[in-house]
Design a protein around this ligand. Structure first.
Ligand SMILES: Nc1nc2c(ncn2[C@@H]2O[C@H](COP(=O)(O)OP(=O)(O)O)[C@@H](O)[C@H]2O)c(=O)[nH]1
Ligand SMILES: [Mg+2]
Length: 468
């Protein structure tokens, strides 16, 4: 279903767009064809588009004073949603914004659903679906790098690249129409190597977009970094010392994940979700009979495992068993970092190599730390950075793909483009080969939301907050 078929909204919505709680200012946003009528009913007059007016706001029912606020009118289509929009910046707090919202609703608006303003912006063609996602990511960003990636997508960095690729597909289709229209000519007007060359260059560019997609996803969510090791190996001490002052944001998660505590760690702006066992139910969260403590629920989806074992001793058999089991699969995930802890207690002199003779596995890396003295912590941080983000940190010209939905669509376009090349190689009729190009184009259009289904929209908008 094309988005034109979804029907544009005809009613006027209102919401408090700022977060609840004590604050100097709160913004109530109104959008829809009746926004100016709502303003008039609130006793707000003399509005000129994009000029803020400091004015009294009155209740439409009895004319009582509700607030003194700064009101700005944006006229369709030059507004966030593309509709007429009112922004009422009144006093913050728990009651004042609610009274403003109630008054706006009494004046003819209805309370907005979560994400409804942005949904309207999308339906009115103000932003594409990648920008919708970027809006959400910007709001949710908890690290500098996530913030930067979201802003880049919001500024159409990724969208532009997708549009270029889509144009490339259209050019290829145009090349094929010669062959379809003049089937008699032996050697079409275009040499095959030009068509193949154009297709291969598209494939390379699609591959380049996918190259760092797994890291892009980590940028958005944080690289899931799970701490494991025998009881008393120094896991919780490492968790705390890595976090430093950020310890304050540690949360004990309710429900099924009660065995874990999780906190956001950032290293040079790159995000990590650091997970330790809560130690609330001692023994209950150990891996089978191995006696290794780890938040098991997280292990399967971990990007990194920090395996703790005291420095200066050989690894126990069960530790080696665990390491063998969790050492990188073929796709390299999760990566295991062996952390030799409590080095301050080691008899051996600093400077001497403390590398374990029975080193666990040549595919895992090892670093020696002391949570008490701080030795090795910075080296460990940098190792985490290198293990999780070496690709995006290298800095490429390629925009970052940060969501599974985006990567899936690009992968589909890639597969269809490859199918096109195969069809040409097999000497199939141009009409058949062209269907693969159409499929690839369709995948990129879905990515941008040029063609979209309600289902995809619902998924994309499901995690929005009210007022955005
Ligand atoms: N000397 C020293 N003791 C440590 C260090 N890290 C942890 N410990 C001690 O080792 C014990 C177990 O630490 P803890 O972090 O609770 O281990 P966990 O059971 O793996 O979470 C505690 O008594 C800590 O004080 C360290 O770097 N140096
Ligand atoms: Mg512990």
């Amino acid at each position: 279903m094309g988005k034109q078929d979804l029907g544009l909204p005809t009613d006027t919505i209102a919401a408090i767009s700022t977060a609840p709680g004590r604050a100097g200012i709160s913004v109530v946003r109104v959008s829809g064809p009746e926004a100016t009528l709502v303003a008039a009913s609130l006793g707000v007059t003399g509005l000129t588009p994009r000029r803020c007016v400091l004015t009294a706001v009155h209740h439409p029912d009895d004319g009582r004073l509700i607030d003194r606020a700064v009101v700005t009118l944006y006229r369709s289509p030059a507004s966030y949603t593309g509709e007429d929009v009112l922004e009422i910046s009144g006093h913050g707090g728990t009651l004042a914004p609610q009274l403003l919202l109630d008054a706006a609703c009494a004046a003819g608006a209805r309370p907005a659903e979560p994400g409804e303003f942005t949904r309207r912006a999308f339906l009115n063609g103000k932003i594409d679906l990648v920008q919708v996602e970027a809006t959400l990511d910007l709001i949710d960003a908890r690290s500098e790098v996530a913030h930067r990636a979201a802003l880049f997508q919001l500024e159409r960095g990724l969208s532009r690249r997708i549009e270029e690729l889509r144009e490339g597909l259209l050019r290829l289709q145009a090349m094929l129409t010669y062959e379809i229209d003049f089937p008699e000519e032996d050697d079409g007007p275009l040499p095959e190597r030009r068509i193949q060359g154009a297709a291969r260059s598209l494939i390379e560019r699609l591959e380049a977009l996918l190259l760092h997609a797994p890291e892009g996803e980590m940028v958005r969510d944080g690289a899931l970094t799970v701490i494991a090791g025998r009881p008393n190996a120094g896991k919780s001490s490492l968790f705390n010392s890595l976090l430093g002052q950020e310890r304050a944001i540690v949360t004990e998660l309710p429900g099924t994940t009660r065995d874990a505590i999780e906190a956001m760690l950032t290293v040079e702006g790159y995000p990590f979700r650091l997970v330790d066992t809560a130690g609330l139910r001692r023994g209950a969260d150990r891996v089978e009979s191995l006696g290794i403590e780890v938040a098991e629920g997280y292990l399967a989806s971990a990007d990194l495992v920090l395996f703790c074992a005291e420095a200066g001793r050989a690894l126990h058999e069960e530790e080696l068993t665990f390491l063998r089991r969790w050492s990188p699969a073929s796709d390299g995930r999760p990566r295991v970092v062996v952390v030799r802890t409590k080095v301050d207690r080691c008899a051996r002199v600093a400077g001497r190599a403390l590398v374990d003779e029975a080193s666990a596995d040549e595919r895992s890396v090892e670093v020696t730390v002391s949570a008490v003295r701080g030795d090795g912590l910075q080296a460990l941080r940098l190792l985490l950075l290198e293990s999780a983000y070496s690709g995006v940190r290298a800095g490429t010209e390629t925009p970052l793909v940060t969501r599974r939905r985006q990567a899936r669509a690009i992968r589909r376009a890639l597969r269809d483009s490859e199918a096109f090349v195969n069809a040409r190689d097999a000497g199939l009729p141009p009409e058949i080969a062209a269907t693969h190009l159409l499929d690839a184009e369709r995948a990129l259009e879905e990515l941008l939301g040029v063609v979209e289904t309600d289902d995809v929209l619902d998924v994309v908008f499901s995690s929005f907050c009210i007022g955005k």
